[in-house]
Design a protein around this ligand. Structure first.
Ligand SMILES: O=C(O)CCC(=O)C(=O)O
Ligand SMILES: [Fe+2]
Length: 325
């Protein structure tokens, strides 16, 4: 099950064995050299792809997204992707939440409304209408018995949002009866172009759903399979944005030793065919200045709204796009 879990602060680990496709690309471009077990090809857009000999269907495209594209998808992930009818991890407790990012930027606060009638439901936390958004300065005038939580804390606790067909975590399946919007056209077009090298010949990828994962310091994604889509010959297209992470690609059994690789902002991974049967996860993100490797993003965002800069300096966002049927 895909769930981001809080862990203790990161430990010092030996990173010397972690595959680094950025430097593999550099040494291929300058010296024509490539490590054993890795093969390379070029896609239509001139991007170099790397595949692993012992994991057919796995593709790594280092630096596939320009800085402008990365900034665009970071903004979309914070502003529009968590908007209803898309659901987020906050839905069960707070209900559909409009404009969380803007509310956080404006330092607004959610307040639980205490109504005398009708009788409260057995579990009041499941009644989303009980939460209203107020200005920070109004909080002092609200009774101490009311629960309050700031929008910026809720933004920090945003773990996932779902686009297109909505994934129902409790049933671990897509619930086609839930209201949803189509995947935005620009994301659809991008996913189709990126997916092309991993598609069965003559077929075009149909993006029907996407899961957006938000990682803060100490957040991890445990080893899992994405097995709820019908046709595993179609790839999952996975975009990395923000702070650098380590991706673990295991085998078909949980016990198989994984290969570790760095995922930087702008990298894209495709997993199709046999690679879809491989366990994978994200055990670590790097938020320190030296290792996050987000200076290009920082430069770009420093000319814009500081809120994006503040968020991304301690975060990673992953958008993974799927064909469901
Ligand atoms: O964050 C990532 O790079 C991987 C995400 C993933 O595997 C998933 O959401 O299924
Ligand atoms: Fe996954």
């Amino acid at each position: 099950m895909i769930q981001l879990s809080k862990t203790k602060m990161p430990r010092e680990v030996d990173l010397s064995e972690v595959l680094d496709f950025k430097s593999i690309l550099q040494s291929f471009n300058t010296k024509g050299q490539i490590p054993a077990g890795i093969v390379t090809l070029e896609n239509h857009s001139g991007h170099r792809l790397f595949c692993l000999e012992n994991c057919p269907g796995f593709y790594f495209i280092p630096g596939a997204l320009s800085v402008e594209e990365q900034c665009k998808w970071i903004k979309e992930s914070l502003i529009s992707f968590p908007q209803p009818p898309n659901r987020t991890n906050h839905n069960p407790f707070y209900g559909p939440m409009d404009n969380l990012f803007v509310a956080a930027k404006e330092k607004k606060v959610f307040v639980e409304e205490l109504s005398s009638s009708p009788a409260p439901s057995v579990d009041s936390s499941l009644d989303p209408k009980r939460w209203k958004l107020v200005e920070e300065q109004e909080v002092s005038s609200i009774g101490k018995s009311c629960k309050t939580i700031s929008a910026s804390v809720l933004l920090r606790k945003l773990r996932w949002s779902t686009l297109g067909l909505q994934f129902e975590w409790s049933k671990r399946n897509y619930d086609v009866s839930l209201p949803h919007n189509k995947i935005p056209d620009a994301l659809c077009g991008l996913a189709k172009r990126l997916a092309a090298p991993a598609m069965p010949s003559g077929e075009e990828f149909k993006p029907e759903a996407a899961i957006v994962n938000y990682f803060g310091l100490g957040d991890t994604l445990g080893g899992h399979l994405d097995d709820m889509e019908k046709d595993w010959s179609k790839p999952i297209v996975s975009l990395s944005l923000g702070c650098k992470a380590i991706f673990l690609l295991g085998g078909k059994c949980k016990e198989d030793p994984p290969v570790a690789m760095f995922l930087r902002s702008g990298d894209v991974v495709l997993m199709a065919g046999e690679a879809r049967e491989c366990y994978h996860g994200v055990p670590r993100i790097f938020t320190d200045e030296e290792n996050a490797e987000i200076s290009a993003l920082e430069l770009h965002f420093s000319k814009e709204d500081n809120c994006f800069l503040d968020y991304i300096q301690t975060s990673r966002i992953n958008i993974n796009i799927r064909q469901v049927f």
